[in-house]
Design a protein around this ligand. Structure first.
Ligand code: NAD
Length: 285
């Protein structure tokens, strides 16, 4: 029997209803939730992503502004922009779009993201808190989306489950691992230098793939009944592709997310949820 599809658009639509209620309640108290996105440079996919976020914001009552800086902007200029947004009481959430141009490093610039407005969890303090399992102020949007989808899987709750994460980036793989550990899963993290994916994948009940390599994992790699969450998004010949070969994996898995229509739409809503939380925190101060 083919795997059950975990429908990201349906999850996003549930979240949208909840977020609209919360943003309307805020507006009634005179607080209009607002998110500022700092976009450095001319990366096409980054631009397309922030434009999608602006449309998502409209659908949930969050006003999104895009603060553009030239590709040649210095680290000091980016920091200055972030600090300015930190001091602006009309802005509740601040996100620094990644990837940054190669001459800029998130490690140093991340510290300038105002901590209480760090809705994508990129400030080193929020990243560090994630590792403590006690929970950061804001969970980064894509890892939060992975968890929201896992909650709808047959392997939830994760306690004691055998899980594999393919990819260990600071934005996706590593924070997903921390969140799954906080839910008591037993995890293995595979990455570019891993010599072999087996036996890890064959033992895994839950597999999260975030490598950016289209079709990296297929039906032959995974165990029957596994839950597969595909984070990958790569444009191949004008078509959006995930890291999982969906057709073959669906024949073996128990539950699977599609691309498009899986992690992406939930990520956008998870970011808006954080922006609304930031506005709620502001309003209760
Ligand atoms: P990244 O390039 O920063 O990290 C990729 C990770 O995968 C690295 O840890 C690397 O070691 C590992 N990797 C690469 N090739 C591998 C291979 N052949 N075998 C095993 N591991 C391998 O990428 P990222 O920012 O973590 O993003 C990963 C993917 O997720 C990309 O396709 C990206 O576009 C997508 N993404 C999607 C969303 C969303 O909302 N849907 C959000 C963020 C990223």
């Amino acid at each position: 029997m083919p795997a059950r599809i975990i429908d990201g658009r349906a999850v996003a639509s549930e979240l949208r209803a909840e977020l609209l209620e919360r943003s309307s309640a805020l507006r009634e108290t005179g607080v209009a939730p607002s998110l500022a996105i700092v976009l450095v440079g001319e990366d096409d996919s980054s631009r397309a992503y922030v434009q999608t976020l602006a449309r998502t914001g409209e659908r949930v009552g969050v006003s999104v502004s895009i603060e553009e800086l030239d590709a040649s902007a210095s680290a000091a200029q980016v920091r200055e922009q972030l600090e300015k947004l930190g001091n602006d009481s009309g802005v509740h959430g601040v996100m620094l779009q990644q990837p940054l141009p190669p001459h800029l490093s998130i490690r140093t610039i991340g510290e300038a993201i105002p901590l209480r407005k760090d809705v994508d969890g990129s400030h080193p303090t929020n990243q560090g808190l994630l590792a403590f399992g006690s929970g950061p102020h804001f969970v980064p949007a894509t890892p939060a989306a992975v968890m929201l989808l896992l909650e709808r899987s047959p392997h939830w709750p994760l306690a004691g489950r055998r899980a594999v994460i393919v990819g260990r980036s600071v934005v996706v793989g590593a924070p997903v691992a921390m969140l799954m550990l906080a839910h008591d899963a037993t995890i293995a993290i595979l990455h570019r230098r891993s010599e072999s994916f087996q036996p890890y994948l064959q033992l895994a009940e839950v597999i999260v793939v975030a490598a950016g390599v289209p079709g990296l994992i297929g039906g032959k790699d995974i165990a029957a009944g596994a839950t597969v969450i595909d984070v990958g998004t790569t444009i191949v010949d004008g078509v959006l592709k995930g890291d999982v070969d969906f057709d073959s994996a669906q024949q073996v898995a128990g539950a699977i997310t599609p691309v498009p229509g899986g992690v992406g739409p939930v990520t956008n809503m998870a970011l808006m949820r954080n922006a609304i939380k930031a506005a709620e925190d502001f309003s209760s101060r």
